[in-house]
Design a protein around this ligand. Sequence first.
Ligand SMILES: [Fe+2]
Ligand SMILES: [Fe+2]
Length: 292
Amino acid sequence: MDVNEVERLIKISKEHPLMPETYIPWDVEPKPEDIFLPEMLTSLHGFEIYDTLTPTQKLDLGRHELVQVIASYAWGECLFCLFMTRHILTLPLDDVEHRFLLRELIEEFRHQEMFGQAIQKIGGSPIKQSRIHKFFGEFSNKYLPADYLFMGSVSVELVTDVYGNYARRTPNIYPVLKKMFDLHNIEEARHILFTKSLLKTYSEKAGYIKRTLYSYVILFNILFVRTMYVKKEIYERIGLENPQQVYKLAARNFKKKFSETCLNDIIKFVDEWKGFNRATRWAWRWVLGAKV
Ligand SMILES: [Fe+2]
Ligand SMILES: [Fe+2]
């Protein structure tokens, strides 16, 4: 790990904190032309059925799916905070990793509060995680070693970062959400730099088997994230006739869209330490539809 680089990141975090309370224009109400999620990121865009939706249904689809996205972030970040809290107990207080993780914890707690407030602001009502998501989330958080959990976290951060970037660059995105994604993007960029630097030490030492395992941990984390957004209940809420059927089509459509839009950075990262090999490549192609 590059200690000077991490010291620099700690310094920025302390000297330029971004407070959701003041950074985000919470009093601004959405204008009629504002949207909540770029159309291309919604699960139905690109389908014939999307063109049959009324403008209100399209807006609502984006609103519900955006809520699902940020509620999932908040849940994942809360789980990761649990891990970081346990992990720093094993490190001396003056250790640079300990000190950075304290900054990350502070920021992640602010993010969770910010996501919650944004959901409230747009009148969202997140659908709870499925039992299988809850089980795997909590199980892996408790029992996986630190290097695997950091691998998981950087993969989720890299993937969700892409998502946020699309959202904040969309011209008519609701300003509260734009600033929320701006803030998140700036702070997550530091977390990503830190985690990559930390993981360099691990991946350099890793042999074939460990690289294979790392690659699988990342793959499952991405699958985990991808399957949290598309929900049958959302199609019911916007009044579609065959929600179950739409759900099936949408899940397949979203897999393709997700692999085309969100995987580039994470593929580059895995490739850097040769995480694609004969044991992993097929799974990335099959499970995630990745071009590797
Ligand atoms: Fe965050
Ligand atoms: Fe983070």
